[in-house]
Design a protein around this ligand. Sequence first.
Ligand code: PLP
Length: 469
Amino acid sequence: MAESQFQPVLQRALSHALSHLENLDRLPVSAPVPLLQLRARFDRPLTDRGVDPVTVIEDLVADAAGGVLGSTGGRFFGWVIGGSVPAALAADWLVSAWDQNAAIHACGPAVAVMEEIAGKWLKDLLRLPSEASFAFTTGSQLAHLTGLAAARHALLARHGWDVERRGLAGAPQIRIFSSNQRHGSIERAVRLLGLGHGNVLDLPVDGQGRLVPDALATGLGTDSDRPTLVILQAGDLHMGAFDPFVELVPVAHRHGAWVHVDGAFGLWANASPRYRHLLAGVELADSWVADGHKWLNVPYDSGYVFVADPQAHREAVSHRTSYTTFVEGARDQIDWNPEWSRRARAVTTYAAIRQLGRRGIAGLIERTCRLAQTLVTGIGALPGAETVWEPTINQGLVRFLSRKPNATAADHDARTDEVIANTIRNGEAFFGGTTWRGMRCMRVSVCNWQTSDEDVNHAIAAIGKALEF
Ligand SMILES: *Cc1c(COP(=O)(O)O)cnc(C)c1O
């Protein structure tokens, strides 16, 4: 038998992957190697003859050392970042090995069917209407683009305007309401769809970060014949706040608005009996977005959009050509996804849901919420620290106080940034900073399936050390 072209290089990759994953506990969580050094390492001569695959992988791993964040481990609390449960990671490798083009069913029947089933399971877990259509996108950013394209289609069709054919010039202008705590990806989706982010009207939130219903009702009441989009939040990135859907969605619908929900991570709280009360009424909306690569802990490239009106979704997105092959009764991903060739990215979600099951997913949500609470209050109790937002779900805020006599707000801000930097330099835990309600804070976000009580205690101790400087 001829020697395998794949065997040696895949074996090396497996061995390096295992050594990365199994040493996460011992390695720094941060990536200390400076930018210029990384560039100098990777900028090898571009050769004429190429290099054998094992050398490519060995060099690549050696050059990456110190430049890979430990974000898949249990002591990474920056941004909103999950790791990968083992079945999802392994499934991701198979997706690469199979290398199917998941644009249409005919290009990869098995992965297309896994996508159908994963979509059905997600609607069940996230408690969304079973008739809703769905698409698997790169992340919430493109999921917003897709859901809002469906919204644009439906809102303008009601005004007799075929936006897909005529474009936006001359169309009735869509106004957009959302809370001032929305994620920046909303702005970008709105921009790319030609809706203009200047047409997004900011509404105030209450002390709990929730959009104030009266403010929405007042906004909707003026100019009420205009096509209107209302964008609500299921879990904002500072407080994990949920807009009061039961109150807001019926009001928006009474005014003919389309309601889109950004639930990038927060929609997962609906998979937990303990937390789903926070999302009461969310199922009444028109489109929803969530990520797999955050709280479900599947590898990156995993966003979802769901649309209550499949026809609006399909008309906004579908693309057909004479040279595609259609299989009777099959679901072609290209009808729902704003892409042509694409990775079979639903396979990791399929695998993660199978590994965890309903109870495993609820357990993951509940455990990370509990650990976020312990972590925030534990840090907040350290001398020189203060709890700013105690988590309702898995997101909290703390800050650090300057020891200077008569310290000003600016001194506390500087101290907060300094403690975050000290912690990251130390490499035992990773947190990010933010400006929230005018003050610098450290964000505490617990999303990883591997985070344990021990990790949390270790992280609190690491902050304690950072506070000594
Ligand atoms: C992460 C996040 C997004 C963007 O999601 P991507 O998957 O990074 O595109 C949008 N909204 C919220 C609330 C988020 O946390």
